[in-house]
Design a protein around this ligand. Structure first.
Ligand SMILES: Cc1cc2nc3c(=O)[nH]c(=O)nc-3n(C[C@H](O)[C@H](O)[C@H](O)COP(=O)(O)OP(=O)(O)OC[C@H]3O[C@@H](n4cnc5c(N)ncnc54)[C@H](O)[C@@H]3O)c2cc1C
Length: 403
């Protein structure tokens, strides 16, 4: 086990929600990195048709690749590891991964869920092509086709009814199991004339990734073009519960509208929360969580005066080595004594005649000190597993994740 990798913020999960948060936190100049086990559900989707900005569709794996590139561009490293244990000690979240240990003051859980696939041979090959989990993602692409809904509960019935918007040929298959839907749902099956096949499925007839039929015993065969599974989801909430966060009856991590969990400093985003499990929603939640974390850290830096210390240091550095014009103006403000003080005291006067320090040329030189008053790279161990350098605005900058 290698030593601690520390950061201001750690994001567990480098899927859609985690990468979106990483981009926002990187652009907020935060010291953050992502730890990802590399099993995003998005990689199963060969053609994402419902993500804004891709009218021709985009492969889920390509969306992830672009997200990783974008996060790296803003200096957020991505570490390939799986977190197996999380605990809180004083103000720090301590994480144990399979290869490293980590610590951070803020933790974002973006570790997703697992959709349970149908328990029939041939499913993995067809996933995302003709075997689906989500009517909102894939209903449109199977319109007019022969659709089987795999399941035996109320959800299967509701799925079947909803799929009638896309196709007249919708049936339910229970795979040899007794139906568990309630009387009302049974009534709907009858009313809307949805065929139900209770035979066990012994095999899937398919051509490549395309399902052609479901095979029952005694040579019976149901011709289908698409199968939707409603076996439920497994929420990866173990880390959240071990840290004391509340989960709901289904196992989803409870969050408020700003993605804060019930534990201070712990946030969650994406499918692990009660959100509708869609990529664009996961991305939005990741961005929301990042904005909240940034806001909370900002408020904290005001309360603890770390922003003041940072600003004092920034002005001192500017006076010493800033562009000559800036320097002249600063000196001309007659506040040199305040700037030379080791840290500005509360209530001390700020220079007034200086132009706002906006230009990247000047400001960028000081970016290694972040607003929490700590060096971005401070206390970080180097890691071979992580990209060491990322390109930011045409310059090379060290990733804060790997120091
Ligand atoms: C077959 C299929 C097709 C889909 N098609 C679409 C579609 O067309 N459109 C759409 O909008 N949505 C689609 N979805 C849903 C979409 O994939 C999810 O909404 C989206 O991926 C959720 O993002 P997330 O970040 O919450 O989770 P994920 O993208 O699943 O990312 C979670 C990440 O956390 C990592 N992780 C988990 N536990 C740990 C740990 N302990 N340590 C480190 N890392 C960990 C995982 O390895 C994974 O990389 C589809 C899903 C499937 C399965």
């Amino acid at each position: 086990m290698l030593k601690n990798q520390t950061a201001e913020i750690i994001i567990i999960g480098g899927g859609i929600a985690g990468l979106s948060a990483a981009i926002y936190l990187g652009r907020a100049e935060r010291n953050a990195f992502v730890i990802d086990a590399g099993k995003s559900m998005a990689r199963w989707e060969p053609d994402v048709e419902n993500y804004l900005g891709f009218p021709e569709g985009i492969a889920g794996s390509e969306l992830l690749r672009r997200g990783q590139e974008q996060a790296s561009r803003y200096g957020v490293g991505i570490i390939r590891d799986e977190i197996v244990k999380a605990e809180r000690k004083q103000d720090l979240f301590k994480l144990r991964g399979r290869t490293h240990s980590y610590a951070a003051r803020r933790l974002l859980l973006a570790n997703g869920i697992f959709h349970r696939p149908a328990e029939i041979d041939g499913v993995p090959e067809c996933l995302g092509h003709s075997m689906f989990f989500c009517k909102d993602c894939d209903g449109f692409r199977v319109r007019g086709k022969r659709i089987a809904i795999y399941g035996r509960g109320n959800e299967a019935v509701e799925y079947a009814l909803a799929m009638t918007f896309y196709s007249a040929c919708v049936a339910i298959v229970t795979d040899g199991k007794r139906p568990r839907w309630d009387r009302q749902h049974a009534g709907w099956i009858k009313k809307y004339e949805i065929p139900v096949y209770q035979e066990r499925i012994v095999a899937v007839g398919r051509e490549g990734c395309e399902v052609r039929s479901l095979k029952f015993p005694k040579g019976l065969e149901l011709e289908v073009d698409a199968v939707f599974t409603t076996r439920g989801d497994i929420y990866f909430n173990g880390l959240a519960t071990s840290l004391g966060a509340r989960v709901d009856a289904e196992g989803q991590v409870v969050v408020d509208l700003d993605m804060r969990t019930t534990v201070k400093g712990l946030y969650a985003a994406g499918c692990v929360t009660p959100a509708n499990c869609q990529m664009i929603i996961a991305a939005g939640q990741g961005a929301t969580a990042a904005q909240t974390i940034n806001h909370d850290l900002f408020q904290e830096s005001l309360a603890t005066h770390s922003l003041q210390r940072y600003r004092g240091q920034q002005l001192q550095d500017l006076a010493r080595s800033g562009a000559s014009e800036d320097r002249k103006k600063i000196l001309a403000t007659n506040h040199a004594s305040a700037l030379d003080a080791p840290g500005l005291q509360a209530g001390s006067q700020w220079p007034t005649a200086t132009k706002p320090v906006k230009s990247r040329k000047t400001y960028g030189k000081r970016r290694e000190i972040n607003r929490s008053g700590s060096s971005r790279g401070q206390g970080l161990q180097s890691m071979d597993a992580v990209r060491k350098v990322s390109r930011v605005h045409g310059r090379r900058r060290r990733s804060p994740a790997i120091g």
